[in-house]
Write a protein that binds this ligand. Structure first.
Ligand SMILES: [Mn+2]
Length: 361
């Protein structure tokens, strides 16, 4: 049986424990609230795009592995009101000659694009950042996927239709393939808006075999020059190291690319395309397979990812109106090297377009 003193001691202990619990609960609530408020404040200052949290709490634009995968985290939508630039996937590889799988390219490139966009050291200066230059970039999603004997015509028709909607809205367009059959729709749409285009074509192959209506990934450079959408005399095929018939393009072979280096190469390209509206198409097999193993038709003897990134940085000033990245085949990739190279080069292309839009506005 407890005496009065013992009862008092026990009561005090219970009270102390209660007060202690209340104190810590209160402190926890205040802490959580403070973290939440700071997160809201920071993400409103940075428009929610740059802040990530190591302490828990509110995270709007998180780590690259978190959230639904869109290109560089840009909003997935099709409303084109006031859009500056649309990224559009074309998951198609029925035109492939050798190793298939480029239909899986858009997803693989999107999946690593947040990693690529965490570094922009060549581009951001005090007077320029992407957010200010192009506040409304969207991931338009995928178009043109189909199966069956008419799948190629369907893909060309669908990608043309959507490219036209995007370009006519005033937005710029960057497509992700897909094999090198995918530029038909976007290039035709761009040439209808801007007139004959200068093609800036990075590739180990010329893709200049006439299709005669039987389209594959080896035909667009011939067909679209033949159709008058491209002016080959104002166009450059860069990093070439295989042989096809030349139909009037300026060819800069891979050994010359490496000899010239970024500044020299960029100067040659600028002198060829001049002030023409440029369509830039980038076949990832332009890079040496050491830098881009995950592709359908790899050819040794190409430049590094860095040489190309530095060249693109030097191309500021050319009038790119639309672009694409093609032939990433994730099945043959190793540790996402190819997908990361593609996303990273796409970032340079996005920056070139952003710079060009500022100049033209
Ligand atoms: Mn190609």
């Amino acid at each position: 049986m407890l005496n009065n003193q013992a009862l008092r001691t026990t009561a005090t202990k219970i009270f102390d424990f209660g007060a202690y619990k209340i104190y810590w609960t209160f402190k926890e609530v205040i802490n959580k609230f403070t973290i939440y408020a700071i997160n809201i404040l920071l993400s409103s200052i940075f428009k929610g795009d740059f802040y990530m949290s190591y302490t828990g709490g509110y995270v709007e634009h998180p780590f690259h592995y978190s959230g639904i995968s869109t290109f560089a985290g840009f909003a997935n939508k099709r409303n084109l009101d006031n859009v500056d630039l649309a990224i559009m996937g074309i998951p198609f590889d029925i035109g492939t000659t050798n190793r298939p799988g480029a239909r899986l390219g858009p997803r693989a490139v999107r999946a690593v694009s947040n990693l690529a966009f965490r570094s922009d050291y060549l581009w951001t200066t005090e007077s320029f950042n992407l957010k200010k230059a192009c506040p409304n970039i969207i991931d338009y999603g995928d178009v043109g996927a189909a199966v069956g004997a008419k799948a190629t015509e369907f893909m060309i028709r669908e990608s043309y239709k959507h490219a036209k909607l995007i370009l006519n809205s005033g937005a710029s367009l960057v497509s992700i393939g897909g094999d090198h059959t995918i530029p038909y729709g976007p290039i035709i749409a761009a040439s209808e808006k801007y007139g004959p285009l200068a093609l800036l074509h990075f590739d180990s192959h010329q893709d200049s075999i006439p299709s005669h209506g039987d389209y594959s990934h080896a035909n667009f450079a011939y067909d679209l020059a033949h159709e008058g959408c491209i002016d080959p005399s104002k166009s450059a095929q860069v990093c070439i190291r295989t042989r096809m018939e030349n139909c009037g393009y300026n060819i800069i072979y891979a050994n010359k690319v490496i000899e010239l280096g970024p500044v020299g190469l960029a100067n040659v390209i600028k002198s060829i395309v001049g002030n023409m509206p440029v369509y830039l198409t980038f076949d990832i097999d332009a890079l040496d397979p050491a830098y881009a193993p995950g592709t359908g038709t790899p050819v040794c003897g190409g430049p590094s990812t860095n040489l190309i990134k530095c060249t693109l940085r030097e191309l500021e000033g050319i009038n790119i109106v639309a672009a694409d990245m093609v032939e990433v085949s994730p099945t043959y990739d190793a540790n996402e090297i190819t997908a990361l190279a593609a996303a990273s080069i796409m970032q340079d292309i996005v920056y070139l377009i952003a710079k060009n839009r500022i100049k033209n506005n």
